[in-house]
Design a protein around this ligand. Structure first.
Ligand SMILES: *[C@@H]1O[C@H](CO)[C@@H](O)[C@H](O)[C@H]1NC(C)=O
Ligand SMILES: *[C@@H]1O[C@H](CO)[C@@H](O)[C@H](O)[C@H]1NC(C)=O
Ligand SMILES: *[C@@H]1O[C@H](CO)[C@@H](O)[C@H](O)[C@H]1NC(C)=O
Ligand SMILES: *[C@@H]1O[C@H](CO)[C@@H](O)[C@H](O)[C@H]1NC(C)=O
Ligand SMILES: *[C@@H]1O[C@H](CO)[C@@H](O)[C@H](O)[C@H]1NC(C)=O
Length: 245
């Protein structure tokens, strides 16, 4: 009997160790943050994850360890952005971008869209579109010599593309306009900003940043203070002392 209890305890403690490493308990549901079979494959920081109970849910292809939003592959998750792969495609309707707008994330104003066959929007990217289409080899799309334009118009923190109407979005560029002269950051990549809705639910050793989510809703992000590491969220790992693991 005693022996039996010890085994039960032993198994239970193994389960606890296992679950705290890959699955997080947020009161009633759990957030699975691991994508892949066994211990192989990427692990995303809270609030991201692949199950119910995660603050921001992404899609995981177990076999390959690919992480996606809609059909688009995620390249990188940082403390304030998601970098999404956006390859040249000559037949992608603008509506496809809606996959990249969620309640907890949206396309930032730093992106420029390369459009084809559109009623050209007033605002242009601070770069010649000819140069961009040459660099991206979009000419190959352009059999009927349709106009290629570069669009970047912000409403608040996010790119406002809904007034473009009908058109093809062949690709995108990420532009840094913080400095007076624009600087190209990345081709064929779309930057999304993310956050959780509500007031700061950060760990006591984290800084909270108040942000706007799409639709002008109030949101926040957490970042551990210097000397601490972790995701910074109260419902996540929080922050622990030490250098990064
Ligand atoms: C679950 O967590 C949320 C946010 O931390 C909290 O508001 C809610 O009361 C909790 N629910 C239960 C049943 O503990
Ligand atoms: C994940 O895939 C499901 C089913 O295809 C889809 O309904 C959902 O919108 C996707 N979620 C994300 C974040 O891409
Ligand atoms: C992801 O972003 C971090 C922080 O910006 C950077 O250090 C890292 O090189 C990036 N990884 C990839 C695969 O782009
Ligand atoms: C281009 O976009 C269309 C519309 O979303 C999609 O059906 C097609 O598979 C894409 N082509 C490539 C090569 O990804
Ligand atoms: C957190 O906030 C403090 C006070 O505003 C600031 O000095 C510190 O640099 C911040 N730390 C991080 C990691 O952002």
């Amino acid at each position: 009997m005693v022996f039996h209890q010890i085994i039960v305890r032993f198994v239970f403690s193994i389960l606890l160790v296992w679950s705290s490493s890959s699955v997080r308990a947020t009161n009633s549901t759990q957030c699975n943050q691991h994508c892949g079979a066994g211990s192989i494959g990427p692990h995303v920081p809270y609030p991201f994850g692949f199950s119910e109970g995660c603050g921001i849910r992404l899609n995981c292809t177990e076999i390959t360890g690919d992480i996606r939003i809609g059909e688009y592959l995620i390249q990188n998750v940082t403390s304030d952005t998601l970098m999404v792969n956006f390859p040249v495609n000559c037949s992608r309707p603008i509506e496809d971008l809606q996959q990249l707008d969620g309640s907890n994330y949206g396309v930032t104003w730093r992106n420029g869209l390369l459009l084809q066959n559109c009623k050209v929007p007033r605002s242009e990217c601070p770069l010649p579109s000819e140069l961009l289409s040459a660099r991206l080899n979009i000419q190959s799309c352009d059999s009927k010599k349709e106009i290629i334009s570069c669009y970047s118009e912000a409403s608040g923190d996010y790119l406002d593309y809904r007034n473009i109407g009908y058109g093809i979005v062949t690709s995108s560029i990420l532009i840094d306009m913080k400095n007076s002269s624009p600087m190209l950051l990345e081709f064929q990549t779309i930057e999304l900003a993310w956050g959780l809705e509500g007031d700061c639910a950060c760990h006591e050793d984290a800084n909270c940043t108040n942000i706007f989510l799409p639709g002008n809703r109030n949101g926040f992000r957490c970042l551990c203070k210097h000397g601490f590491f972790g995701d910074g969220f109260r419902d996540g790992d929080g922050c622990r002392k030490g250098s990064s693991s």
